[in-house]
Design a protein around this ligand. Structure first.
Ligand SMILES: [Zn+2]
Length: 241
């Protein structure tokens, strides 16, 4: 099992790690700052730096289907063949890309609080993201949604994760907002993400620590996707530094 350092400190940009295994599909480390693709958020990219100064570019991070191992996938296949188990590396995440994901992801939590309807899907991209809502009868007003989002952002609400047991989550099914994502089962604890006074839901992604970090956003479109679905697309007005 890889130790997931981004759950202890989401702003950690690099860490010292040891190689656990090297396969054709990627590199497993004992600890990492790289977030694996999941919950609509892309996997992190970055660099593994070896003691001799050479670097392995990592294109993405994901979990292996059969055993859940966290794989750092090299940008160039075969580029990790020189690595051996127990080798030391410094794992550095592409921070600008990840921080943009954190800002967009946190904004989607706000969006799910502004539009009170079931969420049927979602995705986070470079500087923008979308949620699909189960809204058969009404089409939300673009300008109004945008104004409410920017107000919540400007109000600078603290964003804090905490953990509860699976049994506690089962007793509060309203904490699972995304209808298409089944609650995790068979795990001892589940992560909750709270935006004080605004939103509380189960989420395993990475988020900024205060809504003010998101910065101004634009609701670029609201479109119908099928009879019941409304897709809302949000973009950061300013990209990361
Ligand atoms: Zn989240």
């Amino acid at each position: 099992m890889t130790e997931l350092l981004f759950y202890d400190d989401v702003n950690l940009r690099q860490c010292d790690s040891r190689v656990v295994a090297v396969g054709d599909d990627g590199i497993v480390l004992d600890r990492t700052v790289f977030y694996p693709v999941g919950g609509g958020q892309p996997g992190d990219s970055g660099i593994l730096r070896l003691p001799d100064g050479s670097e392995i570019a990592i294109e993405t991070t994901r979990r292996r289907k059969d055993d859940g191992a966290l794989l750092h996938v090299p940008a160039t296949p075969g580029n990790a063949s020189g690595l051996r188990p127990r080798d030391h590396v410094v794992a550095s995440v592409d921070w600008q890309r990840r921080y943009t994901h954190m800002r967009v992801h946190t904004c989607l939590h706000l969006l799910s609080a502004v539009i009170r309807a079931g969420v049927t899907g979602g995705a986070i991209g470079e500087g923008s993201g979308r949620l699909d809502f189960d809204l058969p009868d009404v089409k939300p007003d673009r300008a109004s949604v945008e104004a409410q989002l920017n107000a919540l952002i400007a109000e600078a609400h603290p964003v804090t994760p905490r953990w509860i047991t699976s049994a506690e989550l089962e007793a509060q099914p309203q904490l699972v907002k995304t209808m298409s994502v089944a609650p995790p089962s068979g795990v001892p604890r589940v992560r909750l993400l709270e935006i004080a006074g605004v939103d509380l839901q189960a989420c395993g992604g990475t988020h900024v620590k205060n809504t003010a970090e998101i910065g101004p956003v634009i609701v670029s479109k609201i479109e119908s996707k099928g009879a019941r679905n409304r897709r809302v697309v949000v973009a950061l007005a300013e990209s990361a530094d």
